[in-house]
Design a protein around this ligand. Structure first.
Ligand code: PA5
Ligand code: NI
Length: 184
């Protein structure tokens, strides 16, 4: 089936994408068990259930050959001393890569392999990071404004959250003396 060319408009300030885009909203309650300070998590959740991030996905067929893309907006905030982050995932087809380009704000891209390697890349506007095949990826906002990035990946790659929900990420980014610090 032939797909016809199209365009969308991306608002770099808000991350909003004009149709055809699908919005996915993740709240604090969707990230149960992932933050280091579980007492701070429970305490925050007992008071409020804030949106941690929104994903605006540009709709294409989920088939080999197509490229899927989205903007992600992570709002500023912390659970205890740990900055708001995305769930993080491996791709279901693990030998697929992804590119993240920062449009606004300040954050980190954390990556790890199943055999225990990890890398962190600081993301500021204009930084474009390459996530090679086999690397799980999570992003976080360590600034005071929305952190917005644009990601592109093979449309059939899929998202596999199981290992992250089970074991989490090795690296974390916490506020230490008022500044973000990457912990091993
Ligand atoms: O495909 C990607 O890597 C991104 O679009 C992410 O899905 C997005 O940033 C949200 O993160 P997660 O899927 O880990 O909740
Ligand atoms: Ni991905």
């Amino acid at each position: 089936k032939l797909t016809f060319p199209f365009k969308v408009d991306i608002d770099f300030a808000t991350g909003h994408v004009t149709a055809p885009a699908k919005v996915l909203t993740r709240r604090l309650s969707d990230l149960q068990g992932l933050f280091m300070d579980s007492a701070a998590y429970e305490q925050m959740l007992s008071r409020e259930n804030p949106v941690l991030y929104d994903v605006y996905e540009i709709q294409v067929p989920e088939e080999a050959g197509h490229l899927a893309s989205c903007t992600t907006v992570i709002y500023p905030g912390k659970v205890g001393k740990e900055y708001f982050f995305t769930k993080g995932h491996f791709h279901t087809i693990e030998e697929t890569a992804e590119i993240y380009t920062c449009l606004r704000g300040e954050g980190y891209l954390l990556m790890m392999t199943r055999d225990g390697r990890s890398r962190a890349i600081k993301m500021t506007p204009g930084v474009s990071a390459y996530i090679p095949p086999y690397w799980a990826h999570r992003t976080l906002n360590c600034g005071g404004e929305p952190f917005v990035f644009y990601g592109v990946w093979p449309a059939d790659a899929g998202h596999d959250y199981a290992a992250i929900l089970d074991k989490g990420f090795k690296q974390r980014v916490m506020e230490v003396d008022g500044k973000p610090a990457v912990t091993e």
